[in-house]
Design a protein around this ligand. Structure first.
Ligand code: C5P
Length: 207
């Protein structure tokens, strides 16, 4: 199972909170997994990408919808690659009507979304879990902390720099950390190249 893309959290029928994720990396992982003969379910937030051939796809919008879709299918999965950029917060109460413009300050109350990966990590059993981390500082220590907190087998972390960015069809520098703490630096790789490396590492994990 692969998740990809951003989630969208409604503010009112017209507006939402989201992030810059394009879904590219997750779609490449799903494509490569299929190429290797795996049965692949791709759970995707809204993207402009063409779904890879031969991959079953479920499109969701919000973090809560993504959580439902993941939980519904997780029993059948032997590996979850959680690439989606799930919004950490949603509006406390989305308005059913368009919020009218008015002058002056407006406060939007947010509440925390569930951490899907952490929930799955708590009772993962033999399932292999791969997570991602996008950081602006302390890449190595943040990545390892997340790997432990979420009970992951592998985490891929990259640093977001204001100038170059990491979203979309870009080459990126990635730090891969496994559950034994082994760190591998993967410089200047395309997301298709990284998809191969991730899946090579997944297949090498001995359960
Ligand atoms: O803690 P952070 O959001 O940086 O962790 C990123 C990892 O956790 C990603 O693999 C992402 O898909 C997953 N995640 C999640 N549910 C959330 C937030 C992040 O599954 N609410």
């Amino acid at each position: 199972m692969v998740t990809a893309g951003p989630t969208r959290e409604k503010i009112d029928p017209i507006r939402f909170i989201s992030n810059y994720s394009t879904g590219k990396f997750g779609y490449e992982i799903a494509r490569e997994a299929r190429r290797r003969g795996h049965r692949v379910l791709l759970i995707s937030g809204p993207t402009n990408l063409e779904p890879p051939k031969g991959v079953r796809i479920v499109i969701v919008e919000s973090a809560l919808e993504m959580r439902e879709a993941v939980k519904r299918a997780i029993k059948k999965a032997d590996c979850l690659v959680m690439n989606a950029a799930v919004c950490d917060w949603r509006a406390h109460s989305a308005s059913r009507r368009k919020i009218k413009r008015r002058t002056g300050k407006r406060v939007l109350e947010l509440i925390e979304n569930p951490d899907i990966l952490k929930e799955i990590g708590r009772k993962k059993g033999d399932m292999i879990l791969v997570g991602f981390a996008l950081e602006t500082e302390d890449l190595g220590s943040n990545a390892y902390k997340k790997l432990r907190e979420k009970n992951l087998d592998i985490i891929l972390a990259n640093r977001h720099r204001a100038k170059s960015g990491v979203f979309g069809d870009k080459r990126v520098d990635v730090l891969m950390v496994d559950r034994h703490g082994k760190r591998t630096i993967l410089p200047h790789k395309s997301k298709a190249e990284l998809a191969k490396i991730v899946l090579d590492n997944v297949s090498n994990i001995k359960i």
